[in-house]
Design a protein around this ligand. Structure first.
Ligand code: ADP
Ligand code: MG
Length: 240
């Protein structure tokens, strides 16, 4: 579904991504791990063109999205993104957070959008919060709303950038459980995470980034039991 070829990204003189190549198949769940500053967020942001790659190609469903002629807004609707700090619309109710983009971008009627939003809120266990405002929710609840909001656009792929890193420990599980359920429905997912247990259990592949390079790309059983590089070994020793 996604093919990345020799992706480079620099900010001025800082080379952050130094030639990343990989693929993500439909239905695959990819965990992206690595030290702070290794380029994980930049990689994820390049995947949906929140950052413009400096060079290299990204193909989505065989279409080159890094080509200037591609309609990026159309493509972006197919990619849901969930951030560490939720990014909910603070002045909108939970329900309105979910219906806003489907109504304004996709042209759904209010009735259709609300029906769909309620189904999604039910799925993430928050139907009773539909008319609350985000500041009345816990961190875990906010993140579940953010996931439901991304799903409301019916994306083909979901990208998560450290979705549980800003949460109090007791709220991590409720968010990971929602993500696990989503993985089981066959959603294609790329998740930057420090939750090694989750990566082990849910991911089909682990990508280990170090200093802007993809140094390991392996199934979790292989990566966690037998990391090939010294860098990954050291990283795992610190994490576990
Ligand atoms: P990670 O998510 O793995 O912690 P990032 O992708 O956020 O790493 O950052 C990798 C490097 O790129 C860091 O040195 C960071 O400071 C730098 N960086 C990220 N975004 C920008 C930006 N918009 N402008 C300049 N430097 C950036
Ligand atoms: Mg990051």
């Amino acid at each position: 579904m996604i093919k990345v070829e020799d992706l480079h990204k620099s900010f001025g003189k800082l080379n952050v991504l130094k030639g990343i190549s990989t693929t993500i198949a439909s239905g695959e769940v990819i965990a992206i791990i690595g030290p702070s500053g290794s380029g994980k967020s930049t990689f994820l942001r390049c995947l949906n063109l929140l950052e413009q790659p400096t060079s290299g190609k990204i193909l989505f469903d065989n279409q080159e999205i890094t080509n200037a002629k591609t309609d990026i807004s159309k493509f972006r609707q197919n990619v849901g993104m969930v951030f560490q700090h939720f990014h909910l619309f603070p002045h909108k109710s939970v329900l309105d957070n979910l219906t806003y983009a489907p109504i304004t971008v996709k042209g759904l009627s209010k009735l259709e959008a609300e029906k769909q939003a309620k189904e999604l809120l039910d799925k993430v266990g928050l139907l009773e919060k539909a008319s609350e405002f985000p500041n009345r929710l816990s961190g875990g609840q906010k993140q579940r709303v953010a996931i439901a909001r991304a799903l409301a656009m019916k994306p083909e792929v979901m990208l998560f950038d450290e979705p549980t890193s800003a949460l109090d420990p007791e709220m991590v599980k409720e968010v990971l459980d929602v993500m696990k359920n989503l993985a089981m429905t066959g959603m294609t997912m790329a998740i930057v995470t420090h939750e090694m247990g989750f990566a082990k259990e849910v991911a089909d592949r682990v990508l280990f980034l170090d200093e802007g390079k993809l140094v390991e790309d392996a199934p979790p059983t292989e990566f966690f039991s037998n990391p090939k590089t010294k860098r990954a070994q050291l990283f795992l020793e610190k994490m576990l």
